[in-house]
Design a protein around this ligand. Structure first.
Ligand code: SF4
Length: 495
């Protein structure tokens, strides 16, 4: 069995993914998403940019012939080559398992090794800004193989990230974690037992097995499709024998209490009921000072409702932003002006066709929102308020002006999360608005696509890219309006 650094990383993210990558037919995989391809491309370009600044040699070998690659790398190491890019490190361990690592750079250092008066230390180049745990594990994995080859541990392992200085990985703490993970991974793969599906939006959304895993989860009505059920909580629920949405809906708080906080248990049970009964339910909250069993007496969805801060006004603004994170740019500020007295809805698309125009659209935005000084500004998620703070700071908007503006902001997502449970798989705008019957004109579009499309616009000048982004942004504003409108009515009718 061949255990590569990539497979180990997959295993760390999801055991099932490593298993499927090893044993399943790759023709069943989803095709790679544009956004993922863009990330891979960005990562390759970043590595190339870093490596070309160094004077390096590369081992020469036929594509994916790892044995030949390892031999060519070994020869360069033996010659005392100062820097080796694209090295291939291979070693055999017990049980017929071969470990393979391909560090971005190996650099020579003084020391004693199998080669002579020098040793090699590995450097990996990553697009992220933070030294994530998974990067450290990979560095430790690479260091272990390097030790087997040169007979001595590298003095350190470096990470070049998107920040000023390289990061030195602490091998003393990372190596034991890596070794435990490697053993567990080998064990899982050798046993050939397919790990259970567990859908987690963050982890699964970019995975090439998503369609097949999601189909299984849906067919099984898997409890991981219920919002709020994290892998940890799933383990706790399993220990209590609660493994289906139905059994969770029928649970009492006291039966879940040994494993879950009362408020978490109450939220999960209400969420399960909402899903089973296919209806919106108010989110209950345990009254202060009451015991959990007192909460349980009213094990119905009509306990105490969280305070509702959803204003209604004759004119309301709905605001959504499109951004290009790599450029630290917010290039589209979309505002839907809803005038309830005159029954009009006007969408304003403030678009920076060139990155330098961000200041221009910021000024246009300020002018627009001050045309309606009394209007609340609804948005979905924290991003809009955070961005307004950023733009205000970058373009030196007076603080008082900014604070007055932000006091008009209302986060509809937060309001939903605090007040209701809905029969949805996720509390994203897409899921919520679709549950209300809203449809985006471009059904397959999402935020990641807009990033790719804006890049495409900058590269090619193809206007249709901007048209799609504008339509998507307008639909997001309209979806937020639909959601806010529904929520306001629901809360009033359930007072
Ligand atoms: S879709 Fe999710 S559960 Fe399935 S393999 Fe990928 S990460 Fe794992």
């Amino acid at each position: 069995m061949l255990l590569t650094d990539e497979l180990l990383l997959d295993y760390k993210r999801c055991r099932r993914r490593a298993f499927l990558d090893t044993y399943k037919d790759s023709s069943q995989q989803d095709s790679e998403q544009d956004f993922l391809l863009k990330l891979l491309d960005d990562s390759r370009n970043y590595k190339k940019a870093v490596i070309t600044t160094a004077n390096y040699k590369r081992p020469s070998y036929p594509w994916r012939d790892w044995e030949a690659g390892a031999k060519a790398t070994w020869e360069l190491m033996q010659q005392g080559t100062e820097r080796i890019a694209g090295a291939v490190l291979l070693t055999q361990i017990k049980g017929g398992v071969t470990l393979l690592s391909t560090p971005d750079l190996l650099e020579i250092q003084p020391g004693q090794s199998n080669f002579g008066d020098w040793i090699y230390v590995p450097t990996n180049i990553k697009l992220g800004k933070r030294p994530k745990q998974e990067y450290k594990i990979l560095s430790a994995f690479c260091s272990q193989i390097l030790r087997a080859i040169q007979g001595v541990w590298p003095t350190t392992a470096w990470l070049i990230l998107r920040r000023p200085n390289p990061y030195a990985v602490n091998l003393e703490t990372s190596v034991p974690l890596m070794q435990e993970l490697v053993l567990e991974c080998i064990d899982t793969l050798l046993q050939r037992q397919e790990p259970e599906v567990f859908i987690s939006r963050q982890k699964c959304s970019l995975c090439h097995w998503y369609s097949s895993c999601y189909a299984i989860a849906q067919q099984e009505q898997h409890i991981s499709l219920l919002p709020g059920v994290t892998p940890r909580r799933y383990q706790d629920l399993q220990a209590l024998g609660v493994t289906t949405v139905e059994s969770l809906a029928a649970s009492t708080i006291s039966t879940l209490e040994p494993a879950l906080e009362p408020e978490v248990a109450l939220n999960l049970v209400t969420q399960a009921k909402s899903t089973v009964y296919k209806q919106a339910l108010l989110t209950p909250k345990p009254p202060d000072g009451k015991t959990n069993s007192e909460c349980e007496q009213g094990n119905s969805p009509s306990l105490i409702v969280h305070t509702n801060n959803l204003p209604t006004a004759p004119i309301e603004l709905y605001f959504d932003i499109e951004a290009q994170p790599d450029l630290n740019l917010d290039y589209l500020l979309g505002v839907l002006v809803v005038d309830k007295l005159n029954h009009t809805e006007n969408f304003h698309c403030l678009l920076a066709e060139h990155p330098d125009d961000e200041v221009l659209i910021w000024k246009q935005f300020l002018a627009l929102v001050w045309l309606y000084p009394e209007a609340p500004i609804f948005h979905f998620s924290e991003y809009e308020a955070e961005t307004v703070k950023r733009l205000g700071s970058v373009y030196k908007t007076p603080q008082l002006h900014l604070e007055t503006l932000l006091s008009r902001f209302v986060d509809v997502h937060k309001q939903v999360m605090n007040t209701v449970k809905l029969p949805v798989e996720s509390y994203s705008l897409k899921h919520l608005a679709r549950w209300l019957g809203f449809e985006w004109r471009d059904a397959e579009m999402n935020g990641s696509h807009t990033v790719c499309l804006y890049d495409q616009w900058l590269d090619t000048g193809n206007r249709s890219c901007l048209d799609i982004i504008q339509r998507y942004n307008e639909d997001d504003c309209r979806a937020t309006y639909k959601l806010k409108d529904w929520l306001g009515k629901f809360l009033i009718s359930n007072k």
